[in-house]
Design a protein around this ligand. Structure first.
Ligand code: CMP
Length: 139
Protein backbone atom coordinates (compact mmCIF):
# COMPACT_ATOMS: atom_id res chain seq x y z
CA UNK A 1 0.00 0.00 0.00
CA UNK A 2 1.22 3.46 -0.89
CA UNK A 3 2.47 5.80 1.83
CA UNK A 4 3.49 9.45 1.87
CA UNK A 5 6.62 11.29 2.91
CA UNK A 6 7.55 14.93 3.34
CA UNK A 7 10.48 16.07 1.20
CA UNK A 8 11.99 19.53 1.58
CA UNK A 9 14.30 21.15 -0.94
CA UNK A 10 16.05 23.35 1.61
CA UNK A 11 17.04 26.99 0.94
CA UNK A 12 20.49 25.98 -0.37
CA UNK A 13 18.90 23.68 -2.94
CA UNK A 14 16.32 26.26 -4.05
CA UNK A 15 19.01 28.96 -4.23
CA UNK A 16 21.21 26.76 -6.38
CA UNK A 17 18.37 25.97 -8.80
CA UNK A 18 18.16 22.30 -7.84
CA UNK A 19 14.40 22.11 -7.16
CA UNK A 20 13.64 20.68 -10.59
CA UNK A 21 16.48 18.16 -10.34
CA UNK A 22 15.15 16.86 -7.00
CA UNK A 23 11.59 16.61 -8.36
CA UNK A 24 12.95 14.89 -11.47
CA UNK A 25 14.71 12.23 -9.39
CA UNK A 26 11.58 11.60 -7.29
CA UNK A 27 9.48 11.15 -10.42
CA UNK A 28 12.14 9.16 -12.30
CA UNK A 29 12.22 6.70 -9.40
CA UNK A 30 8.48 6.18 -9.95
CA UNK A 31 6.98 8.13 -7.05
CA UNK A 32 4.03 10.46 -7.46
CA UNK A 33 4.02 14.13 -6.47
CA UNK A 34 0.94 14.61 -4.28
CA UNK A 35 1.63 18.27 -3.34
CA UNK A 36 4.31 20.86 -4.07
CA UNK A 37 4.54 24.35 -2.57
CA UNK A 38 7.19 27.03 -2.13
CA UNK A 39 7.14 28.03 1.53
CA UNK A 40 8.87 30.78 3.45
CA UNK A 41 9.33 29.01 6.77
CA UNK A 42 8.72 30.78 10.07
CA UNK A 43 10.62 30.29 13.35
CA UNK A 44 7.49 28.65 14.80
CA UNK A 45 7.24 26.12 11.96
CA UNK A 46 10.96 25.29 12.18
CA UNK A 47 10.91 24.92 15.95
CA UNK A 48 8.16 22.31 15.54
CA UNK A 49 9.73 20.63 12.50
CA UNK A 50 13.13 20.34 14.21
CA UNK A 51 11.82 19.68 17.75
CA UNK A 52 14.12 16.65 18.11
CA UNK A 53 17.17 18.89 17.52
CA UNK A 54 16.19 21.60 20.06
CA UNK A 55 19.13 22.11 22.40
CA UNK A 56 21.75 20.73 20.03
CA UNK A 57 24.68 23.08 19.38
CA UNK A 58 23.76 23.60 15.73
CA UNK A 59 20.05 24.27 16.37
CA UNK A 60 20.24 28.08 16.18
CA UNK A 61 22.25 28.11 12.97
CA UNK A 62 20.00 25.41 11.50
CA UNK A 63 16.92 27.60 12.04
CA UNK A 64 18.77 30.65 10.70
CA UNK A 65 19.79 28.72 7.57
CA UNK A 66 16.23 27.47 7.04
CA UNK A 67 15.01 31.08 7.27
CA UNK A 68 17.55 32.28 4.69
CA UNK A 69 15.25 31.73 1.72
CA UNK A 70 12.28 29.76 0.46
CA UNK A 71 11.97 26.00 0.87
CA UNK A 72 10.18 23.77 -1.64
CA UNK A 73 7.88 21.49 0.35
CA UNK A 74 6.84 18.29 -1.41
CA UNK A 75 4.58 15.38 -0.51
CA UNK A 76 5.71 12.31 -2.42
CA UNK A 77 3.65 9.14 -2.57
CA UNK A 78 4.42 5.51 -3.33
CA UNK A 79 5.08 2.07 -1.88
CA UNK A 80 7.93 2.37 0.68
CA UNK A 81 8.53 6.00 -0.38
CA UNK A 82 9.82 6.98 3.09
CA UNK A 83 12.74 4.55 2.83
CA UNK A 84 13.00 5.07 -0.90
CA UNK A 85 13.45 8.82 -0.72
CA UNK A 86 16.03 8.54 2.08
CA UNK A 87 17.93 6.21 -0.21
CA UNK A 88 17.70 8.74 -3.05
CA UNK A 89 18.86 11.53 -0.69
CA UNK A 90 21.94 9.72 0.63
CA UNK A 91 23.76 10.19 3.93
CA UNK A 92 23.32 13.39 5.97
CA UNK A 93 26.88 14.64 5.38
CA UNK A 94 27.09 15.65 1.71
CA UNK A 95 30.89 15.36 1.67
CA UNK A 96 30.73 11.60 2.16
CA UNK A 97 27.24 10.79 0.84
CA UNK A 98 27.49 8.15 -1.88
CA UNK A 99 27.77 9.31 -5.48
CA UNK A 100 24.50 8.57 -7.24
CA UNK A 101 22.52 10.14 -4.40
CA UNK A 102 21.14 13.69 -4.36
CA UNK A 103 23.53 14.79 -1.61
CA UNK A 104 26.45 12.79 -2.99
CA UNK A 105 26.08 14.13 -6.52
CA UNK A 106 25.05 17.71 -5.79
CA UNK A 107 26.25 18.62 -2.28
CA UNK A 108 29.52 19.43 -0.56
CA UNK A 109 30.72 21.16 2.59
CA UNK A 110 30.49 24.93 2.93
CA UNK A 111 31.83 27.32 5.52
CA UNK A 112 29.35 27.58 8.35
CA UNK A 113 28.06 25.77 11.38
CA UNK A 114 25.28 23.87 9.70
CA UNK A 115 25.40 21.15 7.12
CA UNK A 116 23.75 22.43 3.98
CA UNK A 117 22.59 19.17 2.48
CA UNK A 118 19.97 20.22 -0.09
CA UNK A 119 17.08 18.00 1.00
CA UNK A 120 15.17 16.63 3.96
CA UNK A 121 13.08 13.46 3.99
CA UNK A 122 10.87 12.11 6.78
CA UNK A 123 12.43 9.18 8.65
CA UNK A 124 9.32 7.20 9.71
CA UNK A 125 5.57 7.02 9.09
CA UNK A 126 4.99 8.92 12.35
CA UNK A 127 7.42 11.69 11.34
CA UNK A 128 5.89 11.86 7.87
CA UNK A 129 2.37 12.35 9.22
CA UNK A 130 3.56 14.99 11.70
CA UNK A 131 5.70 16.87 9.16
CA UNK A 132 3.09 16.81 6.38
CA UNK A 133 0.65 18.32 8.89
CA UNK A 134 3.11 21.11 9.69
CA UNK A 135 4.09 22.06 6.12
CA UNK A 136 0.70 21.40 4.49
CA UNK A 137 -1.95 22.26 7.06
CA UNK A 138 -5.24 21.02 5.70
CA UNK A 139 -3.82 18.40 3.33
P1 CMP B 1 18.29 16.89 8.35
O1 CMP B 1 18.71 15.51 8.71
O2 CMP B 1 17.32 17.09 7.27
O3 CMP B 1 17.74 17.62 9.67
C1 CMP B 1 18.63 18.11 10.65
C2 CMP B 1 19.64 18.96 9.96
O4 CMP B 1 20.60 19.53 10.82
C3 CMP B 1 20.45 18.10 9.00
O5 CMP B 1 19.63 17.73 7.94
C4 CMP B 1 21.59 19.05 8.72
O6 CMP B 1 21.21 20.10 7.84
C5 CMP B 1 21.82 19.63 10.11
N1 CMP B 1 22.79 18.88 10.89
C6 CMP B 1 22.67 17.61 11.35
N2 CMP B 1 23.73 17.25 12.07
C7 CMP B 1 24.55 18.32 12.09
C8 CMP B 1 25.81 18.60 12.69
N3 CMP B 1 26.45 17.67 13.42
N4 CMP B 1 26.34 19.82 12.50
C9 CMP B 1 25.70 20.73 11.78
N5 CMP B 1 24.51 20.54 11.19
C10 CMP B 1 23.93 19.36 11.34
Amino acid sequence: TAERTLVLVKPDGVRRGLSGEVLRRIEAKGYRLAAVQLVHATPELLTQHYAEHAGKPFFGSLVEFMLSGPTLAVVAEGVRVIEGFRSLAGATDPTTAAPGTIRGDLGRAWDGAVMQNIVHGSDSPESAAREIGLWFPGL
